[in-house]
Design a binder for this molecule. Structure first.
Ligand code: C2E
Ligand code: MG
Ligand code: MG
Length: 567
C-alpha cells in the first residue's frame, strides 16, 4: 500500500526542484518549507545532509552537518546515500522514520530516494559554487582579491552606474613593517583585517575592498563616501586586542581615481592602471600621502617607459658616463676621496639622475647600471695606478635594490679584483633601509665588505628613516650626513638644525665613524664643519661632479688651495 498520494508528491517535488534550479536566487526559506511538507507526507522523523571536503575529514567528523528536518520522534535510518565527487568531496544524506509508523511501500521508498538524491546533488553543486567563489575571488587569508575587484567594476559598468558615480583607490598602510615589528605579526594580521573591515563597511554593499597582497588594498566606492574614507586614511586607531583595549594608529597612502562621467571604458583593468599610477605618485611624494590621478601622470608614465626602453641600448652604446666629485679635508684642502656619480648623455642631451634613477629603481635595471659604474670606476683607478697617478678612495652608489641579489658580495668583489684594484680604494655607499629583511641583508653585506677591506658608507643620513639601530648594529666606516642637516648661512647656532648637526657629528665621531657632510656650498658652512669637527666635505664649494679628464687634473694637484677658496 502506498502511503503518499501521487498528486501531492509531484506537486511538492516540482516545487522543490523549482527552488533549487535558480542557483543565484535560491530561495532557502521556501525550500525548507517544502522539505518539511515532504517529510510530513512521508512521516519522516529526521533528515540530515552532510558535506565533507574529503574522506579523511569525514572520518574525523570535520564537515558540515545540515539537519534539514528533525521532529524528535527518532527511529532507524531508512535511506542512506553517500556520494564521492570527482573532487573527492563526500556528500551524505540520511532519512530516519519512527518504528511505530507503518513501513513505506517499495514505491514510496523509491520516491523518497529520488527526493534525497535530488537534494544531495543540489547540496554538492551549491557547495562547489561557493568553493569556486572562494577560490576565485578570495585570497588565502579570506580577503577579497583583485579578480573580485575587477568583477565589481565590470558589474557596475554593465549597469551603467560606474562612470560619474564611483571612485577607485589603491591604499597602502604606512610603515606596516614597523607595526609588525612593534606588535608582532599575528597582531599585525589582526590590524590588517580590522582596517579592511573598516573601509569595507564604508564602501557599502555595492562597493568593494580587496587586498592586493601584503598591506595593499584596492577599493571602489560611491564618490560621496570618499571624504569619510579619507579621514580614516589620514590616521585611525585600529584595535588588535579589544579585550585589553590595545590599539595602534594606522596611517595610509593612497592613489585615487574618480571615474569621470565621460570616461571611455575599455577594460576594467584600466581603472586599476589609473589607480596604480596615482598611487605611484603618492609613494614618490615626500609631502603628499594622498594623490589623485591626473592625465599628466599618463605623460609621466610615457616618459618613464621611454627611459626604460632606452636603458638597454644606452648601456650598450656607453651613454652613461662617470663623473667624479672630490671629497675634501676641510682643514688642509687635501683631496681625500671622490664619489662616482652617473651622468646620462642621450642625443647630446644630459638626462639627470633625478630623472632616470627612480625609474630604473622600479625595475632591477638600476643594479645593472650600478655594476656598470663600479666597473668603469675600477678601470679608471687601474689606469691611474698604471700611469702612476695616486688614486683616492672612490665611492660608488649602490641602490638598495641590489640587496635582493644573494651573490651581491661576490659580484662586487669580482669586479674590483678583475681590474686588480686594491680594495682600500673602493667605498660602497648605501642608503638607509626600512624593512627588517633588508636590514639583515644589509648587515651581512656591509660586514662582508668590511672583511674584504672595502669601505662602506651610509649615504644621505638624515633623510628618510634614520634609524640609530642602523648605525649601532652595522659596522659602517663612514657616515655621510645629508645636506638637509647642514645649517644655512643665516641660521642661528641654537637652531634645531644646528643642534642636531652638532650632535650627529659628535655621535658619529664618538662611535668611531668617519664623518663627511654633503652639499657644502659656502665658506660659512666650511666654518660650521670645522667648528663641529667634521673633517670632510663634499660640495659645490670645491667642485661639482667632474668628467674624468677634469677630475684627473684636480687629482694630480692633490689639494685645493683653501686660502683661495675661503677668501
Ligand atoms: P647622492 O649619492 O647623495 O649624491 C650626491 C648628490 O648631491 C649628487 O647629485 C651631487 O651632484 C649633489 N651635490 C653635491 N654637492 C652638492 C652641493 O654642494 N649642492 C647641491 N645642491 N648638490 C650637491 P646627482 O649627481 O644629481 O645625483 C643624485 C643622486 O642620484 C645621488 O645622490 C644618488 O643617490 C643617485 N645616483 C647618482 N649616480 C648613481 C649611480 O651610479 N647609482 C645609483 N644607485 N645612484 C646614483
Ligand atoms: Mg651617494
Ligand atoms: Mg648623498
Amino acid at each position: 500500500m502506498d502511503l503518499v498520494p501521487n498528486e501531492k508528491f509531484y506537486e511538492l517535488f516540482t516545487e522543490m526542484i523549482d527552488c533549487m534550479t535558480d542557483m543565484d536566487n535560491f530561495e532557502r526559506e521556501r525550500l525548507v518549507k517544502v522539505l518539511i511538507k515532504l517529510s510530513e507526507l512521508f512521516r519522516i522523523s529526521k533528515g540530515v545532509t552532510e558535506f565533507y571536503v574529503n574522506e579523511t575529514k569525514e572520518k574525523l567528523g570535520e564537515g558540515e552537518k545540515l539537519v534539514d528536518f528533525d521532529n524528535g520522534k527518532g527511529g532507524p535510518a531508512i535511506i542512506e546515500r553517500r556520494y564521492i565527487t570527482k573532487a573527492q568531496a563526500v556528500i551524505k544524506g540520511t532519512i530516519y522514520r519512527p518504528e511505530d509508523e507503518e513501513p513505506l511501500s517499495e514505491y514510496d521508498l523509491q520516491r523518497l530516494d529520488i527526493v534525497v538524491r535530488s537534494l544531495l546533488s543540489f547540496v554538492g553543486r551549491n557547495r562547489l559554487a561557493s568553493a569556486i567563489e572562494t577560490l576565485g575571488f578570495y585570497d588565502d587569508s579570506g580577503f577579497k582579491n583583485r579578480r573580485a575587484f575587477l568583477r565589481q567594476v565590470d558589474l557596475l559598468y554593465g549597469q551603467g552606474r560606474l562612470c560619474g558615480n564611483y571612485t577607485a583607490m589603491m591604499i597602502n598602510l604606512r610603515h606596516f613593517t614597523i607595526i609588525n615589528q612593534d606588535i608582532g605579526r599575528k597582531n599585525g594580521d589582526i590590524v590588517l583585517k580590522n582596517f579592511y573591515k573598516l573601509i569595507a563597511a564604508i564602501a557599502d554593499s555595492d562597493g568593494i575592498v580587496s587586498r592586493m597582497g601584503g598591506d595593499n588594498f584596492l577599493a571602489l566606492m560611491r564618490s560621496e563616501l570618499l571624504e569619510h574614507v579619507l579621514t580614516i586614511l589620514r590616521g585611525v586607531p585600529i584595535y588588535y586586542d579589544k579585550e585589553n583595549e590595545k590599539r595602534i594608529m594606522v596611517y595610509a597612502r593612497a592613489g585615487i581615481f574618480k571615474v569621470p562621467e565621460d570616461f571611455s571604458f575599455e577594460a576594467s583593468s584600466e581603472i586599476m592602471d589609473k589607480v596604480l599610477r596615482a598611487y605611484q605618485a603618492a609613494k614618490q611624494s615626500d609631502s603628499e600621502t594622498i594623490s589623485y590621478y591626473s592625465e599628466s601622470m599618463g605623460v609621466k608614465r610615457d616618459s618613464e617607459m621611454r627611459i626604460q626602453q632606452l636603458f638597454e641600448p644606452a648601456l650598450a652604446k656607453k651613454e652613461f658616463k662617470v663623473y667624479y666629485q672630490p671629497k675634501v679635508d676641510v682643514d688642509t684642502g687635501e683631496i681625500i676621496g671622490a664619489e662616482a656619480l652617473c651622468r646620462w648623455f642621450h642625443d647630446e642631451k644630459l638626462i639627470s639622475p633625478a630623472e632616470f634613477i627612480p625609474v630604473l629603481e622600479q625595475s632591477n635595471d638600476i643594479c645593472r647600471l650600478d655594476f656598470y659604474i663600479l666597473d668603469v670606476v675600477c678601470s679608471d683607478i687601474r689606469r691611474w695606478l698604471d700611469a702612476c697617478i695616486e688614486p683616492v678612495r672612490t665611492s660608488v652608489n649602490l641602490s638598495r635594490k641590489n640587496l635582493v641579489d644573494i651573490d651581491l658580495l661576490r659580484h662586487i668583489i669580482d669586479i674590483i679584483d678583475r681590474h686588480r684594484v686594491p680594495h682600500q680604494y673602493i667605498e660602497i655607499e648605501l642608503t638607509e633601509t626600512t624593512t627588517d629583511v633588508e636590514f639583515r641583508v644589509l648587515k651581512r653585506i656591509v660586514s662582508g665588505l668590511q672583511d674584504e677591506g672595502i669601505y662602506t658608507s651610509v649615504d644621505d643620513f638624515g633623510v628618510g628613516y634614520s634609524s640609530l639601530n642602523l648605525i649601532r648594529e652595522i659596522p659602517w666606516n663612514v657616515l655621510k650626513i645629508d645636506r638637509c642637516f647642514l645649517p644655512e648661512d643665516d641660521e642661528d647656532e641654537s637652531s634645531v638644525t644646528s643642534l642636531m648637526y652638532r650632535h650627529v657629528v659628535a655621535m658619529a665621531l664618538d662611535i668611531g665613524l668617519e664623518c663627511i657632510t654633503e652639499g657644502v656650498e659656502t665658506t660659512k658652512q666650511i666654518e660650521i664643519l670645522r667648528a663641529n669637527h667634521c673633517k670632510h666635505a663634499q660640495g659645490f664649494i670645491f667642485d661639482k661632479p667632474l668628467p674624468r679628464d677634469r677630475f684627473e687634473k684636480v687629482l694630480s694637484r692633490h689639494r685645493y688651495d683653501l686660502t683661495e677658496i675661503l677668501k
